[in-house]
Design a binder for this molecule. Structure first.
Ligand SMILES: [Zn+2]
Length: 107
């Protein structure tokens, strides 16, 4: 059993996708709310508005949703995210994997 990424439609799971990194939800309210809205699930918003970031500490989001500037070390994503990093890439959107690189096509 692993933990699934909290983003709606994202199938990444920390036991099946060991090449991805997974991050706990930020404790900073403003950043946490941006993550919650990005997830696209009403249930998470309800938890956030009733309990704040504290209620979401068991959730994880995977590295697929963050741009290069969000990582402390782009080549070692398990080193974590910079403070205030917000997700930008929805699940599976305009994305292809070439070798070890993931290329995002933005329109
Ligand atoms: Zn994900």
């Amino acid at each position: 059993m692993g933990r699934k990424c909290a983003v709606n439609d994202c199938i990444n799971n920390n036991s099946k996708h060991i090449s991805k990194s997974f991050y706990g939800f930020p404790r900073d309210s403003e950043t946490c709310l941006a993550w919650v809205k990005f997830c696209g699930t009403k249930e998470l918003e309800l938890v956030f508005f009733s309990q704040g970031p504290e209620g979401l500490q068991k959730l994880k989001m995977c590295s697929d949703h963050f741009g290069p500037e969000s990582f402390r070390n782009f080549h070692l994503k398990d080193k974590g995210l910079v403070n205030g990093a917000k997700p930008v890439f929805p699940a599976h959107r305009f994305k292809e994997t070439v070798g070890e690189y993931v290329i995002y096509h933005l329109d």
